[in-house]
Design a protein around this ligand. Sequence first.
Ligand code: URA
Length: 460
Amino acid sequence: MSGPAPARGPREAAASARVIGSTGRKRAGTVLEAEEIDGIVADYVAGHVPDYQMAAWLATVACRGLSTAELVALTRAYAAGGGQLDLSRVDGPVVDKHSTGGVGDTTTLIVVPVVAACGVPVAKMTGRALGFTGGTLDKLESIAGLRTTLPVEEIVPMLTSVGMVLTGQSADLTPGDGATYALRDVTGTVESIPLIAASIISKKVAVRADGLVLDVKTGAGALIQDRARAAELVRTMLGLAAEFGLSARAVLSDMSQPLGPAVGNALEIRQALAVLRGERIPGLWDLCAVVCRLMLQSVDPALTDEQARARIDRVLDDGSAYEMFVRWAVAQGADAAALEAERLPSAGRRLPVTAPESGWVTGIEPRSVGQASLMLGAGRLTYDAPLDHGAGVLLRHRVGDRVGKGDVLAELCYDSGDVARARALLESAFRIGDTAVVAPPAVHEVFAPDARPALVPGAA
Ligand code: URA
């Protein structure tokens, strides 16, 4: 980000005038022209517009929403000036996936190697933590030596030699999204349907895989909490993908409690490795199994649910999904022995949070768990804050579990940070009741590709 404006010449002055005028027009309800949107994003990427003016423009878009034409223009603008992967050099169809993010969501780290081990190459661009949610790129940085961002020219060779690629967004691909993503994180403009849709679909346009699965979260720990609005985000993204000629499937998945028991960067890498070694962690694996199936079917529509499940179970049980992850990590620079021995950052201290009374766990508020982890250094409050990759939270129970008074509900894992605040947040996250409850399903709804969606502009 460019920070407060330094000495400004005529070019910067013109760019500022454009963005200020556009912000005013958008606030007044005018539909912006594609060229105007394109120019604003390009000026910001080039450093001609200061952060505070771009933040005001994004905030106005978040409040007023975008028309279909504006949404398509913003998506195009995010990808403009960036590269485009040439997947024609890869044998067979390639698949991609994206999740809107949540707490304890290690889905990418699991489904990418599973699907790749099934013989379908997966190309996935990943992002950093947004707000209280985790980011795959931050998690991957827990692995010593791993090059988390590959130059564009290395992506296709990695796909052909290994079968999967996970890379952070580089300046070469979707530069507009890259520039605005970090700014949105620290200016309260993450939770907007059009901004999320344009951000995600611009990355999918740059990869242009043959199959695409979108995992949109709903519930208290999701960027869009309300179920009807989350379904609107699904339809918006499916419609936007179709506008760019991408065939996509989607799931609306549950984020009313953390998806998996580990929350924090290295903790989540360990959790993913445990699943890849065959441990089917409830909730987390339930979602992964559906996403893997949809990814396989997105490039092979004739594959039945049973056939897909059998392939997924096979690669999990015979170790090939785990081997795929290790082979990929080593190809991107990780040390095989260190990874296999799980020599990852680890917090030196643990503090348990216990049940104040006996009963059933009726709720685990995911935002509080995510914030607790952030307070220990696992997430960031300012865009350039360093992370403590070993810090985080380990949950010992899920919604629906019976617990006795004094049982350990969760542990804080830390070396520093605001432990008192993290503890208070974690304690407040758990609801214990005196009647049994059934845990919500991991997947609420699957959106088939043949239901051609309407493009719904996200409104305030
Ligand atoms: N993931 C993204 O890539 N972008 C968003 O805006 C939100 C989640």
